[in-house]
Design a protein around this ligand. Structure first.
Ligand SMILES: Cc1ncc(COP(=O)(O)O)c(C=O)c1O
Length: 445
């Protein structure tokens, strides 16, 4: 099909509300998306919603044995939970060795980040039910719940809609469970990167709400099976929590016999400069859901799950899906892992993040248009006065052929390719600065 016909053709059959581009899969290179209609290049600071780690047509994808393996896998679509292959075993071994931290021996694979989180929740429900002495599959478990946070985004699937609460268009008009939702005590940063809000008061408020739920003082909360949190809330506004707060959550999960579940669908897989963003705070969870950049979605879990003998990782059919993840995604994920490790990309993205944050802080100081520059590695954000100003900047940026994302009510986020060079980062900063100034000029007219 000719590129000029793509959008109109699609629109006849489905909703076409994405970017007005037709990606040329051959000519797009590195951080640059090539539009097949206009032949313009767009600088990619959105990375397909934080899901595409190493840019387009990475030279490492030319490797003959990788291409052969990809082709072998692509000619089939096996149900990976039932029949096993060398490709599956090599991927699992690579992931478990280089991506999963020490101490987490259980893995489960599925397609889709929402389903990954949903299976983390199922792990917690099953675990808690059995801790309460329930083993009859007909037992009523409707008193179990997941404690979660305001401004959380965990997906748009069945269970996850009950714990997602960003923009109401995502979960409104669908039936949901009334599970306990508590305050999210996130940091606001000054231009030196120091926390500048009263974070201790914020955390005290959250902890008091959590304790109220966990103690079940008023008898309305039943049994909390899991505490679910994004260690940094992405969609909700790139909200960072202090290690002190994560430690408090660990303490609550231990004291009140529930699983601490981290949703790293958006933050995991090396983009923060470590395999997982939770490793920056050093507070280990019981279960982690992942997806996006990893290509394959799923969960990994540690030894606390084994305190229940018949847990979901040892009992057939409790968590499963036909395909158990997709073999092509697994082969591609394995190659990404190899390229990230061989290229020393974790250290490189740490430096990249510091460079871009310094540039954003300079622009903030000079224009006064935004605050709270924050993030690590490829996961960066800042906050404007209001949504209108933020949206104008994003629009101006797109007109200048760079793509970034909104988050929260009035924040803007960059999700950078891990291979971005310093000169490409400077190009992004130039376009960002021009966009901020252009948006400010329209606001003052
Ligand atoms: C933190 C988080 N959890 C879960 C999801 C859902 O992932 P998916 O869209 O792949 O279902 C997302 C997607 O943006 C996410 O950011």
């Amino acid at each position: 099909m000719h590129p000029t016909e793509v959008l109109a053709n699609l629109a006849r059959h489905q909703l076409v509300d994405g970017y007005p581009l037709v990606v040329d899969l051959e000519q797009s290179k590195g951080c640059w998306i090539h539009d097949a209609v206009t032949n313009e290049q767009y600088l990619d600071a959105f990375t397909c919603f934080a899901s595409w780690p190493l840019g387009y047509n990475h030279p490492g994808f030319e490797d003959a044995s990788f291409v052969a393996s990809l082709e072998r896998a692509a000619k089939h679509n096996l149900s990976n939970s039932d029949v096993y292959t060398a490709e599956l075993a090599e991927f699992v071994d690579t992931f478990a060795t280089h991506v999963t931290p020490e101490g987490f021996s259980h893995h489960f694979w599925v397609a889709g980040g929402g389903l990954a989180v949903e299976n983390a929740m199922k792990t917690a429900f099953d675990w808690k039910a059995r801790r309460l002495g329930r083993s009859d599959y007909l037992a009523d478990c409707s008193d179990l719940s997941i404690l979660h946070f305001k401004q959380a985004f965990h997906g748009r699937t069945g269970y996850t809609m009950s714990v997602t609460n960003t923009l109401p268009d995502k979960v409104g008009l669908f039936p949901k469970f009334k599970w306990p939702r508590v305050h999210n005590p996130y940091c606001v940063f000054d231009l030196d990167g120091e926390v500048c809000n009263d974070i201790e008061a914020e955390e005290a408020r959250a902890c008091s709400e959590i304790e109220h739920v966990l103690r079940n003082d008023d008898g309305t909360h039943g049994h909390v099976a899991g505490i679910l949190i994004e260690p940094m809330q992405g969609e909700g506004g790139d909200n960072h929590f202090r290690p002190e707060f994560m430690r408090a959550l660990r303490g609550y999960a231990d004291e009140f016999d529930c699983l601490l579940c981290f949703d790293e669908v958006q933050t995991g897989f090396f983009g923060s400069g470590k395999p997982w963003i939770w490793q920056h705070a050093g507070v280990a969870p019981d279960v982690v859901a992942f997806g996006k950049k990893a290509q394959v979605c799923g969960i990994y879990a540690g030894s606390r799950v084994d305190e229940v003998e018949h847990n979901v990782f040892t009992t057939s059919s409790r968590i499963n899906s036909t395909w158990g993840g997709n073999l092509v995604d697994m082969v591609r994920s394995q190659r990404f892992i190899e390229l990230i490790i061989e290229g020393g990309l974790m250290a490189k993205v740490t430096a990249l993040g510091e460079h871009v944050k310094a540039g954003m802080r300079r622009i903030s100081r000079e224009t006064g248009q935004f605050t709270s520059v924050r993030g690590m590695g490829t996961i960066l954000a800042c906050t404007f006065d209001n949504a209108d100003r933020r949206n104008k900047v994003l629009k101006a940026l797109f007109e200048r052929k760079a793509i970034a994302l909104p988050c929260g009510v009035e924040s803007l986020r960059f999700r950078l390719p891990m291979i971005m060079t310093t000169s490409e980062a400077d190009e992004l900063l130039d376009r960002f600065e021009a966009s901020v100034k252009a948006a400010a000029a329209t606001a003052s007219v």
